[in-house]
Design a protein around this ligand. Sequence first.
Ligand code: NAP
Length: 255
Amino acid sequence: MPCKVGDENPLFRPNVKLAPTMAPPTSLFMVENRFQRVLILGASGGIGRALVAQYRATGAMVVPLSRREDGFDLTKPASVDARLAALSGPFDLIVVATGALEIDGIGPEKSLAQISADALARQFAVNAIGPALILRHVPRLMDRQGNGVCAVLSARVGSIADNRVGGWYGYRAAKAAVNQIVRTGSIELTRSHKGAALIALHPGTVRTKFTEDYLGRHPAVAPEEAAANIVQVLEGIGPAQTGQFFDWKGASVPW
Ligand SMILES: NC(=O)c1ccc[n+]([C@@H]2O[C@H](COP(=O)([O-])OP(=O)(O)OC[C@H]3O[C@@H](n4cnc5c(N)ncnc54)[C@H](OP(=O)(O)O)[C@@H]3O)[C@@H](O)[C@H]2O)c1
């Protein structure tokens, strides 16, 4: 039975205060945070960078990793293994904030006729296989006795049940695949880390490089707001929520 991160969930704290700080230009939001040791993968991205800033602002120790700044390339398993093997942890929060909609200049397909084997393979490499390579390291990087959380940024368009408009074959399929990897990994993780949680998270529609050519008039939030929403949802995640798919409001997303 999917569990909603909401009022009926005792782990959810509805009184989390979200208020802009007095100090622009970073426009951080003041948030409650229970995580002290945080690892952000994809820290160079719009959402990843904002998450690093949010968690640092709460005083947490944050380790950022990215392709641009650290050579952490999801399409190169040896690079993922080398960068993660260099970390000892334990972390009480790991966020996988990597991902791509347009890869090497190839955007999402609008029709079956546009499907290309090469573009599909690249989508899976970045959005499904890459996070899976990261998850290989997660049990070692989390305390067995702790109540750590690992969240993988997925997307609502990866939901098969919620797919009503079609299109975007590769991205949708790769996100559906990563959802299955998260779900399967969560079952295994619970055996060794009883208090931990591994979840998929839809961050909402966010104004980042990722969406700049695709937003049109679709409403979207700034990365700082998206990060504050994610921080708030993660505050309410515990072992009862492991293996589930949530959106930025903490509502359950159907697989
Ligand atoms: N923005 C939205 O509206 C939205 C909606 C739904 C879901 N999401 C999901 O949220 C996540 C973050 O999105 P975002 O908007 O923050 O995107 P973004 O600003 O484009 O950032 C993407 C991040 O992924 C990294 N990345 C891409 N390919 C990589 C590779 N091969 N190896 C390692 N890192 C790689 C980028 O690293 P470099 O820049 O260093 O190369 C960057 O850190 C993605 O999983 C996306 O699917 C976003």
